[in-house]
Design a protein around this ligand. Structure first.
Ligand SMILES: [Zn+2]
Length: 127
């Protein structure tokens, strides 16, 4: 495995360690369960090596479903960083959820977070 790939993967698993698994979050664009932590391409100190681009800073990652992660990265490759903000806004607008759906999703994500934290011994059950 090239060194860049293992560093790229390590940066992504660090995000999951710090923020929890992406599967426990709603996709930032459509509100369905996310699959990945996506790099938002906004870190001024991002690293680009051997064809891999990543950030070491976990605050530059946000949860996306696979479909929207692909679309986001495709927009970056074809139209560049400048196009990403408008693309993200368009995706959020086009995939808007009803307030009831959002609150159900929040409750499900909170339950997932809670059971993971209990499993890790970070919080007590029933608190
Ligand atoms: Zn999505």
């Amino acid at each position: 495995m090239p060194a860049a790939l293992s560093e790229y993967r390590r940066a992504h698993s660090l995000v999951a360690e710090v923020k929890g698994p992406a599967r426990h979050k709603p996709c930032d664009f459509c509100g369905k369960f996310a699959d990945d932590w996506a790099y938002n391409h906004a870190d001024p100190r991002e690293i680009y090596r051997d064809g891999y681009l990543w950030s070491e800073n976990t605050s530059y990652y946000f949860p996306l479903c696979r479909k929207h992660h692909r679309a986001y990265d495709r927009t970056f490759r074809t139209k560049g960083r400048e196009a990403l903000t408008a693309f993200a806004e368009k995706m959020r607008r086009e995939n808007q959820r009803l307030p009831e759906e959002i609150s159900v999703m929040r409750a499900m994500c909170d339950a997932l977070w809670r059971s993971r934290e209990i499993g890790l011994g970070n919080i007590e059950p029933g608190v």
